[in-house]
Write a protein that binds this ligand. Structure first.
Ligand SMILES: C[S@@+](CC[C@H](N)C(=O)[O-])C[C@H]1O[C@@H](n2cnc3c(N)ncnc32)[C@H](O)[C@@H]1O
Length: 357
């Protein structure tokens, strides 16, 4: 983040936040976040969303299909722009993952159909620790000197016979590729690890199992040169950061009604939420662009809306503007925090005064 117009500091009740270092007029560009570090485009939208710029045309297939790597592009320009960020080894990794997704039994289920109870930190730690025994056997089966022992081959074949979760697998792949590409990308990983984390990031034990099986499958199929970059601890770390810091990747029309996937742009992850945000945000291809929606005074915190881009009031099913209690419930359910924004505090305070009168 550029520190010219803003700085990152403690935000009472909300961890860290972004604060204006000077008076900023309405409509001022604040930040373009181009550091997409990990992401997934859901398999349901395969072929319909451009793998580079995320453009979408109401379900029409993209004109350029790359079935070997599970990619699709809206133009040659996007295809060309995608490849320099990848390189041959990354493309071999994508091909290996696409192959296992296509050939194995698929267990993709949307996480919200598999809700809770969330595994506790202790259950999570035990599950990842147990996976390391299998992981070590698979690594040795793949890179050790022949002949591989029966236990190593069994671990490898178990990983390969477990149903595949395509969305989790491709999401974890982006994390591995981000670690193993340039040193610039490693910086992105470091930035990701500085973000707020969640100690219980898995919605259910099923989801935890999906992450662990996907880790073992990455070890079983990725090119051996990439295996040093596949770390269970790092993948879990990434998941625990992603939970509070992802931006949805949605259609750019109809209020973003189509939800294609999500990703983390670390440079954009320090903006807190307000139900009366002073920043507007919009996605431009792979980037997020933030600008002031009204005049901001020096020292004021810069807020976005986590819920609807902040362009319109949140409304309930009857079309009524939501009050602080309903907004609070929505934020708690989707983001897991109790909203400490000024608007909620004001509306809550007003209600308490009325009740006292
Ligand atoms: C994307 S991060 C924002 C940066 C974060 N405050 C930090 O210290 O890294 C999202 C997290 O910030 C906190 N947060 C953001 N907006 C908030 C709000 N209005 N009220 C309370 N906590 C908030 C929550 O813990 C949320 O999970």
């Amino acid at each position: 983040m550029s520190e010219r117009l803003f700085t990152i500091d403690n935000a009472p009740g909300a961890g860290r936040g972004v604060f204006a270092t000077q008076d900023i007029p309405t409509g001022t560009h604040i930040l373009t976040a181009s550091d997409l570090t990990v992401h997934v485009l859901f398999r349901d939208y395969r072929g319909e969303v451009c793998s580079h710029c995320f453009s979408y045309d109401l379900g029409v297939k993209q004109p350029i299909k790359d079935t070997t790597h599970g990619l699709a592009f809206c133009s040659e320009q996007c295809q060309l722009a995608f490849f320099p960020t990848s390189g041959d080894l990354c493309m071999a990794a994508r091909a290996a993952i696409e192959k296992i997704i296509k050939t194995k039994q698929n267990s993709n289920q949307h996480a919200d159909t598999l809700l809770g109870p969330r595994p506790t930190p202790d259950e999570i730690r035990k599950a990842w620790t147990a996976a390391e025994t299998q992981a070590a056997l698979i690594r040795t089966a793949r890179i050790g000197k022949p002949p591989p022992t029966k236990s190593r081959l069994r671990a490898l074949s178990r990983a390969l016979s477990t149903p595949v979760s395509p969305d989790v697998l491709t999401f974890l792949l982006t994390s591995v590729l981000s670690s193993c590409t340039s040193s610039k990308s490693s910086d992105k990983q470091t930035l990701l690890c500085g973000l707020e984390s969640e100690s219980t990031p898995y919605l259910s034990s099923h989801e935890l199992d999906e992450y662990i099986s996907s880790y073992l499958q990455l070890l079983a199929v990725l090119p051996v040169e990439i295996l040093p970059f596949v770390s269970g601890a790092e993948l879990h770390e990434m998941k625990s950061r992603e939970t509070h810091n992802s931006f949805g990747i949605r259609s750019l029309f109809d209020g973003g009604s189509e939800f294609f996937g999500y990703g983390v742009w670390p440079s954009a992850s320090y903006f807190n939420h307000s139900c009366d945000p002073n920043l507007a945000r919009r996605r431009e291809g792979r980037d997020w662009v933030f600008s002031t929606g009204r005049e901001v005074k020096r020292g004021e915190q810069l807020y976005i809306s986590y819920v609807n881009g902040g362009k319109e009031e949140l409304r309930d099913e009857k079309g009524e503007v939501m009050g602080w209690e309903e907004r609070g419930r929505l934020l708690k359910k989707t983001w897991g925090f109790d909203c400490a924004c000024g608007r909620c505090a004001k509306e809550k305070g007003a209600k308490i005064s009325v009740e006292r009168v």
